[in-house]
Design a protein around this ligand. Structure first.
Ligand code: FAD
Length: 425
């Protein structure tokens, strides 16, 4: 691990001076050895962007800022919750990035000074940049769900950032009596991975069917419709009849507040309680995006979809879940595609070229039982200032032999291997 050291006064001053000098270099001919690119966030978007930058031009000085020494991936984490997979299979180190020549600063970024073009880390280190890429993922809008916050998530887990929360939800399911009730509260969009709550419901139903067959699962949903709904509902009817109940928005499914001590969930039309309660809160861009001034009043970051350039802060690009992506879903697939495209755009801009509008491709697998998955693939291009879905997408057919669902379950695993190798391998 190539962590940065805390600054001495000399390095701090030198950092500021370098940041100021870089202002003078903000011309199209900036492409020169040592151009400093800082990437904040070592998840699916940030790692790939940093690696691609270094791959395109070894001479770039690329720093990845990420507080965790181990990344825990969300995709397939629903299988961990359902006791089908070990959390270790979700975890990755940054060693490979350091070996690629990327400086890895194992700290959180706490402040950004867009005038001086510097990033300030939790330990006080100042890192100057010529271009900054933000890929901080999501944070929760706790203020939008009275009664639920970081502290209450210790008893009513969200498990929407993978790691200890994933294991907590798994342990709660393991400890639950047969005949118990599980609630999953689903937020409105935009949110991280819109189909994942329904994948989670499916895999928890699988766990209950195998281990606690008298139990029930209730989805309290702030949406009326959701992605691949017919495929999910058909699978639920076939695999888990009578086990999953869903209360949609128009039936009063939106959770309006939580009474954590009483384990009570309040919706527009009634109160619910359960043995295991999984609250997926409303979301916004990772907090550092807000601190940087890159998030607008929606909580997300508006960007130019051709360059990923923030519309609010100069020399800053935003990728992954944090950006306002229009029609492109907030997924690891999208973050990966955006990370690669953003690296290409930055190197083009540094070379004084006009970047080509990117065409992004994403695929999302939904696993509803160990050998049963389906998928949705899409292509996206800039249109009217956002990413719009263009032709060439595909969804799994509603009716297909079980063999095909099994093949898609294998492809989901292969996709995970490939995308995590892109990021960390
Ligand atoms: P992340 O991958 O979350 O990375 C953000 C990183 O930024 C984190 O490592 C964080 O520590 C770091 N960070 C935050 N703040 C700071 C700071 N101040 N300083 C430094 N670093 C910071 N997507 C799919 O494509 N397929 C799936 O099957 C799929 N399944 C999912 C299942 C679940 C249950 C969930 C919750 C999500 C799933 N996703 C899936 C979505 C996917 O995980 C996200 O869309 C993806 O991780 C977004 O990438 P990102 O780079 O924007 O953010």
């Amino acid at each position: 691990m190539n962590a940065l050291r805390p600054p001495t006064r000399r390095t701090f001053v030198r950092g500021l001076a370098a940041g100021a000098t870089s202002l003078a270099l903000a011309s199209p001919s900036i492409a020169q050895a040592g151009t400093r690119i800082v990437v904040i966030g070592g998840g699916f978007g940030g790692t790939v962007c940093a690696r691609r930058l270094k791959h395109i031009d070894q001479n770039l000085d690329v720093t990845l800022v990420e507080p965790n020494r181990t990344f825990t991936a969300c995709p397939l984490s629903n299988e961990v919750i359902a006791s089908l997979r070990d959390i270790g299979a979700q975890q990755f180190s940054y060693d490979r990035l350091a070996a690629d020549g990327i400086k890895v600063a194992a700290q959180a970024a706490t402040r950004i000074d867009p005038q001086a073009r510097t990033v300030i880390l939790a330990d006080g280190t100042t890192i100057p940049y010529d271009r900054l890429v933000l890929s901080p993922g999501i944070d929760f809008r706790f203020e939008a769900l009275p009664g639920y916050d970081e502290a209450t998530s210790a008893s009513l887990p969200h498990a929407w950032k993978a790691g200890e929360q994933t294991l907590l939800l798994r342990r709660q399911l393991e400890a639950m009596k047969d005949g118990g009730t599980v609630i999953i509260a689903v937020p409105a969009n935009p949110a991280r991975c819109p189909p994942a709550p329904y994948e989670r419901a499916s895999l928890i139903a699988h766990y209950l069917k195998m281990h606690k067959p008298r139990s029930k699962l209730l989805l309290l949903d702030a949406k009326d419709t959701f992605s691949q709904q017919r495929l999910f509902e058909n699978a639920w009817a076939d695999l888990y009849p009578g086990l999953i109940e869903r209360i949609a928005l128009s039936q009063g499914g939106r959770v309006t507040s939580v009474e954590a001590k009483a384990r009570k969930i309040i919706t527009e039309f009634g109160d619910y309680t359960a043995d295991v309660i999984n609250i997926i809160p409303p979301q916004k861009a990772g907090r550092i995006a807000e601190i940087a001034g890159a998030a607008d009043k929606t909580g997300w970051c508006p960007i130019d979809p051709t360059t990923f350039a923030s519309k609010l802060v100069p020399d800053v690009h935003v990728i992954g879940d944090a950006c306002l992506g229009g029609g492109i879903p907030k997924s690891a697939s999208a973050a990966n595609a955006q990370g690669k495209a953003c690296a290409a755009v930055i190197t083009s801009l540094l070379a004084g070229k006009t970047p080509e509008p990117p065409r992004l491709t994403g695929v999302c697998y939904n696993t509803v039982a160990p050998d049963y998955a389906f998928s949705l693939a899409g292509n996206y291009q800039p249109k009217d200032d956002i990413f719009a879905e263009v032709e060439g997408g595909a969804t799994s057919p509603v009716n297909t032999p079980l063999d095909e669902r099994r093949r898609e379950a294998d492809k989901a695993k292969a996709w995970f291997t490939e995308i995590t190798a892109d990021s960390f391998g």
